[in-house]
Design a protein around this ligand. Structure first.
Ligand code: CMC
Length: 440
């Protein structure tokens, strides 16, 4: 049996054959690279719901089974047995590190965690209370100006350094901007602390005073970051790959990725969850909001529910739900918000509107509650997603670089606009006045 599919054009009876490609896991794909050449037609796939845009070895998702793997390792196994730093190494260096590799990796990231002091002046160019995502996007684009001489993207050693630099500086940029907005003194990275603990230290500490960071808080944040580390070809990763396909440098790819992630349908949802739970305010109001979510004429959506790929359960949400329950007393998660969240989750799991549309809690449903308990300001929730996701973006960018040929991402369209507007007779019939050259 031939491994192909046949497409028949019923208008003229012509048939065309396309190869089927098999991956190691997941659905096979139909290779339609020659479709336009052979048939003079494009495919139409709004939002790429049925399109594989690349080959990748990094992350596998089975949306029906609710499975997520980074380089073959199940996310719940990683969450139980490894730390975020191991996962960053796994994504960038393609293997889990041994003790020596982990220690060397930790040291390299620490040495790269400082930022050029001149970058501080960038913060003052923003008006008060600028959203931290806007600032982070600018800071990352700005980093390219400081490393102009180290941008040889064809040298794998150099681009690995660049990837580690970006991963290492992200927590410092985020914490520094927080300090700046609060008017607090900047707290520099502490080289004696681990990656995640150091971030909490830079956020909370004051000079010459003791800062209280409990191991359980570090574990909670570390797990949140690990769960966000990669998620195959989601909107922001596709953005990073798209910008990368033009041979633009990784700082601009990541900066563009931050822009894509900011939207409330993607990384902005964790901020949206908390705002929504606070707006609901009491368990007594839950039914009213559920009604709004189900109303076709109301644009309101339950934040933290639904996913393009997971049609069973988001495995990241499962890990976070048990982490949330484990932490509930230890880090003081807001009990009123928990009650509201529990009631929503119960209704959603029993109501036919949500069941029939496969709407389950996603990663953002519980990450917001955990981040709030860790006293991370709500406006910084999406920033936490970015800190977690940069290793994934850089792994995807490096994978793009390793391909034999990089094809610029350039989808086509179904044009439905006017076929012609510039015929003299059209102009004569219309009220359009001719512009004079003065108006140019
Ligand atoms: N609340 C109420 N109805 C919903 C929701 C929701 N959260 N999500 C989807 N629906 C309904 C939607 O109205 C539609 O109904 P109908 O078939 O009657 O028109 C149906 O479910 C399918 O929705 P869709 O928008 O076509 O699905 P999608 O796969 O394009 O969108 C989504 C996925 C995540 C953007 C969407 O579920 C959503 O907006 N969720 C809320 C925002 C959110 O939590 N985003 C975080 C995503 S997870 C983090 C990440 O990985 O980025």
């Amino acid at each position: 049996m031939k491994n192909t599919v046949t497409l028949t054009d019923n208008r003229n009876g012509k048939s065309y054959e396309f190869p089927i490609l098999d991956g190691t896991l997941g659905p096979s794909v139909i290779d339609i690279s020659n479709l336009y050449k052979d048939t003079n037609m494009f495919t139409f796939d709004r939002g790429y719901t049925s399109t594989a845009m690349c080959r990748s070895e990094i992350t596998f998702i089975d949306g029906a089974k609710g499975e997520l793997k980074y380089r073959g390792y199940d996310i719940d196994w990683l969450a139980k047995n490894k730390i975020f730093l191991d996962v960053i190494h796994l994504l960038l260096h393609k293997k889990l590190p041994n003790q020596v590799e982990l220690s060397e990796f930790r040291t390299r990231l620490k040495m790269r965690s400082f930022i050029n002091e001149k970058m501080m002046s960038l913060f003052s160019a923003f008006p008060d209370r600028a959203h931290p995502m806007a600032v982070l996007q600018a800071c990352v684009a700005n980093l390219s100006a400081y490393y102009k001489r180290d941008m040889n993207f064809d040298d794998p050693v150099e681009y690995m350094e660049l990837a580690e630099r970006l991963v290492a500086k992200m927590p410092t940029l985020a914490a520094f901007y927080h300090r700046y907005t609060m008017g607090y003194p900047f707290i520099y990275p502490d080289l004696d602390r681990g990656f995640t603990e150091n971030f909490l230290y830079m956020m909370r500490s004051f000079p010459h005073s003791h800062v209280n960071i409990s191991p359980i808080e570090v574990k909670a944040l570390d797990t949140v970051l690990m769960l966000h580390a990669d998620h195959e070809q989601n909107a922001s990763t596709t953005t990073v790959r798209t910008v990368g396909s033009t041979h633009s440098h990784p700082y601009s790819c990541v900066s563009a990725g931050i822009g894509a992630l900011w939207g409330h349908a993607h990384g902005g949802a964790n901020e949206g969850v908390i705002k929504q739970l606070e707006e609901i305010g009491s368990v007594d109001n839950v039914d009213k909001y559920i009604k709004k979510a189900k109303d076709k004429n109301d644009p309101f959506r339950l934040m933290g529910f639904g996913h393009r790929v997971y049609k069973n359960y988001d495995p990241r949400a499962k890990v976070l739900k048990s982490l949330r329950d484990e932490l509930i007393d230890e880090i003081g998660i807001d009990s009123n918000l928990i009650k509201i969240a529990n009631k929503i989750e119960k209704i959603v799991s029993e109501d036919d509107y949500f069941i029939s549309r496969n709407l389950y809690p996603n990663v953002d449903f519980n990450s917001g509650l955990i981040l709030k308990a860790l006293k991370i300001p709500t406006a910084m929730f999406a920033v936490m997603f970015v800190i977690g996701r940069v290793p994934g973006w850089m792994a995807q960018w490096m994978e793009l670089k390793e391909q034999d040929t990089i094809k610029i991402v350039r989808p086509r369209q179904l044009y439905v606009g006017p076929s012609s507007q510039n015929k003299d007779e059209n102009l004569e019939k219309s009220n359009i006045e001719f512009s004079s050259s003065k108006d140019r």
